[in-house]
Design a protein around this ligand. Structure first.
Ligand code: ADP
Ligand code: MG
Length: 688
């Protein structure tokens, strides 16, 4: 990846001028230790400075010797006069006896830190030393302490302090790390680039990078323990903020670069879009209109659009995307619509065909399941420009795909594509416009981390007349009564229902889970006898699947027993009942998506989540959240809290930076602040 493409996740320090930063330059770090640090990802002195202590422990500093002895302190930093130097002989360690205010301390080295180390000391040397203390028959003894020879005993103010505990590196003790950190800081502090503008530091009352590092490694004397603790907190916040700020700057920079000097097709003709709207059987909501207005405006400009459209399930994002497509097509450029799975792509294709057949616009598709002949035909149509609209999966980035003039890319679930795939996507056209969508809302903090280089449009308003979906939790044991009620309801109203199962067929490995094949047969011959029960799952051949879907949509099937293949996008307004079997096995956004299949008409819909006994805490939280709200934005926040960012996005690290210090959940506020600051700094505008 080139520099412009690489987006930082982890915070890194930079130097003003080139400096040797090798670890082996530091006293006390030999090849072996350097290798051990390397294994922990510490490759140079700058990494070392960012290796922050795991915790701190209370330490005695400059406290009179006798008090140290009396309190049996387990860590000291003090100074004294060497009274005896005992050379290393055989297995006997090199030893110093040091007098501190009348108490004798023993300092031991079983291995010398470096050749000639022992020759630096004479009796009468004044030394500063610090380290962990053991007691050898009441004599305080330090093994391999840190030492420094000084001219005279400094004026030591007694102090209780915090001492960093690094840990975490096999066979490299804290004193080695502390000493290396101290040396690295001494050498590099004046060379460190301050990554955050002073005005922003002042705004947020954060310390400079040097102050922050000195605090974190406790390199400065801070008189007051309380004061030190306070400083530690804000020093850490500063690192978190900078990490997010670096990310946001890079994302904003990419946003700027992608737009600068770019010549996107100016799509000013909007009549076809208007016609599309006139053909709709409903009128647009305010949020839809606003989203379309923004997008139409951007499509009309030569600065390429980079927009993420977010909205809850059923909020009507598809129409907005279709409108964008219609405007692009009317202006003579091609549109590629892309989805991460075959099922989603197939659904989009149906929608596109439905919307565009009235507009006399041919549509084609590209997917992995096509025959070679179909594929060749589609490729030729795109290359020649005969076809303006293509819907597809990853197959769209494969070799041989060429467009005559690709002007707009619409991507559903963009985060499910890999990071470099995003770039190849844009390379399909010359400065194309890009509209991304998500199937369920992504919490704002996470959206900012992953889509920081996008402008955001959120559709909050639902189409009018939608009733809230009544959601209830029921034990599986009570399902007989439930299904009897459902049979009555469907028979008397002619409404339809979904029943979702976790498995396709019986599996010995998970014998207690329900499966769609047996479940459907059981219902058809039992509780739902007399109703037309259909089966749908991912292992059925494509034509069989679409045949079943067609019959359900036409009302020829009353109850559709299915796996989660119906999760996304399926739209049958007459279906008003959703039953999820073994609901505890499904994720929150999955349940929300499933529930979104009903509640699509003015009739009140219901969703029943059937569970067994012995739910895990997470499962209980998910189900309670489902029953408590049907606001997808609220649920997304809950889901993010339960699962964490990587799992939430469905694919680990799909564009989600791995942070060294920041935590999107815990530090969401800082992320938001960093985005605002970066946008204000680089774009002069934080409102987008
Ligand atoms: P999603 O945002 O989940 O993709 P869809 O675009 O699938 O939602 O829309 C859900 C359903 O709502 C579809 O049947 C669609 O035709 C319908 N719809 C969209 N906008 C409106 C509206 N303004 N008024 C009434 N129905 C609408
Ligand atoms: Mg949709």
């Amino acid at each position: 990846m080139s520099d412009a493409d690489s987006i930082p996740g982890r915070l890194n320090l930079r130097l003003k001028t080139e400096q040797p930063t090798g670890l082996k330059k530091l006293r006390g770090i030999g090849p072996k230790t350097a290798r051990r640090l390397h294994d922990r990802g510490i490759t140079d002195q700058l990494d070392l400075l960012l290796y922050v202590p795991r915790k701190y422990r209370l330490a005695y500093r400059h406290v009179p010797g006798p008090k140290v002895v009396a309190d049996r302190a387990d860590w000291v930093q003090t100074a004294g006069r060497v009274t005896e130097v005992m050379p290393k002989r055989g297995r006997r360690p090199f030893e110093l006896r040091v007098d501190v205010d009348g108490a004798t301390f023993k300092l031991l080295w079983f291995n010398l830190p470096f050749r000639g180390f022992d020759r630096r000391f004479t009796s009468e040397s004044i030394i500063l030393f610090k380290g962990t203390v053991d007691y050898d028959r009441a004599v305080p003894t330090l093994s391999h302490p840190n030492t420094k020879i000084v001219d005279q005993r400094p004026d030591l103010r007694p102090q209780m302090a915090l001492e960093p505990v690094y840990g975490g590196i096999d066979k490299v003790g804290d004193s080695i790390i502390a000493s290396a950190v101290e040396q690295a800081f001494e050498r590099l502090a004046s060379e460190l680039v301050e990554g955050v503008p002073a005005s922003l530091l002042a705004d947020h009352e954060l310390p400079t990078i040097n102050e922050a590092l000195a605090t974190i490694h406790v390199l400065d004397d801070v008189g007051d323990l309380k004061e030190l603790k306070k400083r530690l907190t804000i020093a850490r916040q500063r690192l978190i903020y900078q990490e997010f700020f670096d990310l946001q700057q890079a994302l904003t920079q990419r946003y700027i670069t992608e737009r600068r000097a770019a010549c996107a097709p100016q799509c000013k003709e909007r009549e076809m879009g208007r016609e599309l709207v006139r053909n709709l059987p409903f009128s647009l909501t305010g949020d839809q209109k606003a989203a379309i207005a923004t997008i139409a405006e951007e499509l009309g400009s030569q600065v390429p659009m980079r927009r993420l459209l977010q909205g809850d399930v059923g909020s009507g994002k598809t129409v907005v995307a279709m409108m964008a497509a219609a405007i692009a097509v009317a202006n003579g450029v091609q549109v590629a619509m892309m989805a991460p799975t075959e099922i989603l792509a197939a659904q989009h294709l149906r929608r596109v065909q439905q919307y565009f057949s009235d507009l006399n616009t041919p549509v084609t598709r590209l997917s992995g399941s096509q025959t070679t002949a179909e594929r060749q035909e589609a490729l030729e149509a795109l290359r020649s420009g005969k076809v303006s609209l293509v819907v597809g999966t990853h197959a769209l980035f494969q070799e041989g795909v060429e467009f005559a003039d690709l002007g707009l890319i619409i991507v559903d679930e963009e985060h499910k594509f890999g990071v470099d795939q995003r770039q190849s996507l844009l390379a399909l056209g010359k400065d194309p416009h890009l509209l991304s969508m998500t199937a369920t809302p992504i919490p704002r903090s996470l959206a900012h981390a992953v889509f920081g280089d996008r402008d955001l449009t959120v559709i909050r308003e639902k189409p009018p007349g939608r009733k809230p979906i009544r959601t209830v939790l029921r034990r599986r044991a009570a399902s007989r009564k439930l299904y009897a009620y459902i049979a009555d309801r469907l028979e008397s109203t002619g409404e339809q229902a979904y029943v979702v199962y976790p498995l396709v067929e019986a599996s010995e490995a998970v014998a207690d889970r329900r499966n769609v094949v047996d479940g459907a047969a059981e219902l058809a011959n039992g509780a739902l006898r007399g109703l037309r029960v259909g089966v749908l799952h991912g292992q059925m051949p494509g034509e069989a699947k679409s045949a079943v879907m067609k019959r359900f949509a036409a009302g020829e099937i009353d109850v559709l027993c299915s796996t989660t293949v119906i999760e996304v996008g399926v739209d049958v307004p007459n279906a008003t009942v959703m039953i999820v079997e073994d609901a505890e096995l499904f994720g929150l956004s999955q349940l929300h998506q499933l529930r979104g299949r009903v509640g699509r008409s003015s009739t009140e819909s219901m969703c029943v989540l059937l569970t067994g006994y012995g739910l895990t805490d997470d499962a209980r939280q998910r189900l309670r959240a489902m029953a408590a709200t049907d606001d997808g934005f609220d649920l997304a926040e809950t889901d993010l809290r339960i699962r964490g960012p990587g799992e939430f996005l469905g694919i680990k690290q799909a564009g989600l930076p791995e942070f060294r210090f920041g935590d999107i959940l815990r530090d969401g506020q800082w992320l938001k602040t960093a985005r605002r600051d970066a946008r204000r700094l680089l774009l002069g505008d934080a409102s987008r």
